[in-house]
Design a protein around this ligand. Structure first.
Ligand SMILES: Cc1cc2nc3c(=O)[nH]c(=O)nc-3n(C[C@H](O)[C@H](O)[C@H](O)COP(=O)(O)OP(=O)(O)OC[C@H]3O[C@@H](n4cnc5c(N)ncnc54)[C@H](O)[C@@H]3O)c2cc1C
Length: 453
């Protein structure tokens, strides 16, 4: 194979290039990247805004030189505009605005996603921010440094909204959050969302739920934001995070089929149905291994894995993406909230008859100092007894994310609640109990008479 061309130099594209090189060192992938910041940790941007990461350059997973040292050619400031699948050429506009054409034998598309700009009147006013790329975070940081805002309104209480609430509090701003749904972190059960809401209140953050923001208008050097239910607030700046949409605007000649939210339809080999073209990451659909169907799940953890599969297959391999469970953890001030698999509502909408247990206990033996409460919700399928979901909320530093990963591993291997108790998990009093809290939660669920024995 001669030419492996990759469009997009972020999580999916770089993973594809690295894996292709490992699989077949004779391949010298070319990455076309429209920006100038290849392989940056987008997930780390809120921690640059908070200044816990002091220099944005530290957010690079790898520098440009490190990527090139691995035998990967980077075309930065180059935008792919069209793929001619018949002649196998990509049309690219370079950093001088010149059009160039690149031949490919295999092509991986990793064009990612873009932040949704909500249909709010006056959304383009200065002082209104989105966050997706390094330049967005530099612009936001500059605004805080120069304009010294005292307060900010955050639109959207999803995980990025929560991370940014914490980041902006760390920069000394008073934060208000406005959210369309009835809770915060709406992908979690509302009772866990309420606990996060309490954490926000403890950090002097007011939250307004069930409100759709409708307009943002300048008022002297401030912004007046209005919404449904007579919502009105004056803010020094507005940060918006209401989701992303797949970036699939590339012109692909020969009628490419798009799927959920306009994402590329892929199979488990990450092929898009046109010979020799693969797609991975936020621009593509994701196979959900519990629901047994494709979903749109834009996460960096998934983009890395899909990119690796696409890269290996483009290099001549034959690997399949095993699927995703939507495993995710988020730090919100001193708390961490995490989930994997399905909650009861999702399971009912799917192919399961779910039953759950709510359980609260100490993260380690309470006689040892610093024990903190963990809230664990675990869901199983009544008929099969298989674990199908879990949510955990606990204090930062109390292994919440690694404990959710235990559930993720169990679900991946289709474990039942019975064999979950057979897991040989570690124990020492400062870190756990003879039965780890995740096993205690499952033991509570096992007692539920609704479960078929
Ligand atoms: C603030 C924030 C925090 C996040 N935190 C987490 C987290 O904690 N955990 C998690 O799992 N996920 C997190 N995510 C999501 C994660 O960042 C994305 O899922 C991941 O970046 C997707 O990688 P990707 O390579 O598919 O796409 P992207 O990162 O979107 O990259 C696509 C790349 O393609 C380039 N490109 C696009 N079109 C073209 C074109 N036509 N020609 C050339 N280049 C092009 C873009 O410039 C970009 O570099 C977070 C996202 C944000 C915004």
């Amino acid at each position: 194979m001669k030419n492996l061309v990759i469009i997009g130099g972020s999580d999916a594209g770089i993973s594809a290039a690295l894996r292709a090189r490992e699989y077949d060192p004779s391949i010298k992938p070319i990455i076309i990247e429209s920006g100038n910041f290849p392989n940056f940790s987008i997930c780390g941007l809120p921690y640059y805004i908070s200044h816990e990461v002091t220099n944005w350059k530290n957010l690079a997973h790898r520098t440009k030189e490190e990527i090139e040292d691995k035998g990967i050619r980077l075309l930065l400031g180059h935008r792919a505009t069209m793929i001619d699948t018949a002649s196998k050429k990509v049309t690219v506009t370079d950093h001088h605005g010149q059009m160039i054409f690149l031949d490919y034998d295999k092509l991986v598309i990793g064009t990612g996603a873009i932040s949704i700009k909500p249909a709010i009147l006056g959304f383009d006013n200065p002082g209104v921010f989105l966050l997706r790329w390094v330049p967005d975070s530099i612009a936001l940081d500059d605004f805080i440094d120069k304009r010294k805002p005292k307060n900010a309104l955050i639109i959207g209480a999803g995980y990025i909204g929560m991370e940014m609430a914490e980041a902006l509090v760390k920069r000394g701003l008073k934060i208000t959050v406005v959210e369309f749904t009835e809770s915060v972190m709406p992908t979690f059960d509302p009772d866990l969302g309420m606990m996060i809401k309490d954490t926000l209140a403890q950090n002097n953050i007011s939250v307004y739920n069930n409100i759709a923001v409708e307009s943002i208008n300048p008022l002297d050097d401030k912004l007046i934001v209005r919404g449904t239910n007579n919502f009105e607030i004056v803010a020094d700046m507005v940060f918006t995070s209401v989701g992303v949409t797949p970036n699939t605007s590339l012109d692909v000649l020969s009628g490419l089929e798009k799927g959920i939210k306009g994402a590329y339809k892929v199979n488990k080999k990450m092929e898009i149905g046109i010979p020799d073209i693969y797609a991975a990451g936020d621009c593509a659909e994701t196979w959900h291994s519990l629901l047994k169907k494709y979903v749109y799940m834009p996460l960096g953890s998934i983009a890395h894995k899909q990119g690796r599969i696409a890269g290996e297959n483009a290099a001549g391999g034959n690997r399949e993406f095993a699927g995703s469970l939507g495993t995710q953890s988020v730090k919100v001030f001193d708390k961490v909230i995490a989930r994997t698999g399905l909650n009861e509502k999702e399971a009912k909408d799917g192919i399961f008859d779910p039953v759950s247990a709510d359980f609260e206990t100490w993260d380690h033996k309470v006689y040892f100092p610093t024990a903190r409460k963990l809230h664990i919700k675990v869901t199983a399928d009544k008929m099969s007894g298989k674990i199908i979901g879990a949510q955990i909320l606990g204090a930062y530093g109390k292994e919440v994310s690694k404990r959710i990963d235990i559930f993720a591993t169990a679900i991946f291997h289709e474990m039942t609640i019975r064999n979950f108790n057979d897991y040989d998990l570690s124990y020492t009093p400062p870190l756990s109990s003879p039965w780890d809290p995740v096993q205690m939660a499952v033991q509570k669920l096992e007692k539920n008479p609704l479960l078929k024995k």
